[in-house]
Unconditional design. Structure first.
Length: 189
């Protein structure tokens, strides 16, 4: 598959044997073509789902979430303050994102859409195009603010979200008082 700026493509193949394999670029695409190499790991479906959702460590890592797209997407989700509107309680200003991937949604003005990677990316970049029924088109556009790589990370995180995975809004946490014991300042005030 050709990689073209601003265009999302995907490729699928059926792996028949588990293992780790070297991959090489098969097209002359520039002066450093010979250095375009990598590895692909063929794993079971359950191992893949565990890795994707951040529950299985990468080789050499003690932390199950280190290096996963889902964990990097979670960090972006927090950085962009997505949970300020996409609350897990369902009382936010935007739909709950937990366990939404692959499900059908009814759109304002009619029509339906499957919540896949393309729909999520489009909703982040151009949120007013396909607004979910029952919600107002208030989400700002992140076009020009998030890279294609960041979109992929956000999709991986949203795809991995199970019930209870939405981070709490920051104002729901107690204000830190700077004391190690978290107790009351001297004088009980």
């Amino acid at each position: 598959m050709d990689v073209l700026p601003g265009r999302y493509t995907s490729m699928w193949f059926q792996a028949t044997k588990l293992g780790e394999y070297h991959i090489f670029c098969d097209q002359f695409c520039g002066t450093w073509h010979s250095l375009m190499v990598g590895k692909v790991a063929v794993v079971s479906q359950s191992d893949y789902e565990d890795w994707l959702s951040g529950h299985k460590p990468l080789q050499g890592s003690g932390n199950p979430a280190d290096g996963t797209l889902a964990m990097e997407g979670r960090q972006l989700f927090l950085k962009l303050q997505c949970s300020n509107c996409h609350e897990a309680s369902g009382n936010g200003r935007a739909p709950v994102l937990e366990e939404l991937y692959g499900k059908e949604v009814t759109l304002r003005g009619g029509g339906k859409e499957i919540r896949d990677a393309a729909y999520i990316m489009e909703s982040i970049l151009r949120p007013k195009l396909k607004v979910r029924e029952g919600w107002e088109p208030i989400m700002p556009s992140y076009e020009g603010q998030v890279s294609a790589e960041d979109l992929t990370k956000l999709v991986a995180y949203i795809r991995s979200m199970k019930t209870g995975d939405t981070p709490k809004r920051t104002e729901h946490f107690p204000i830190p008082d700077g004391r190690a014991d978290g107790g009351q300042p001297e004088g009980g005030q």
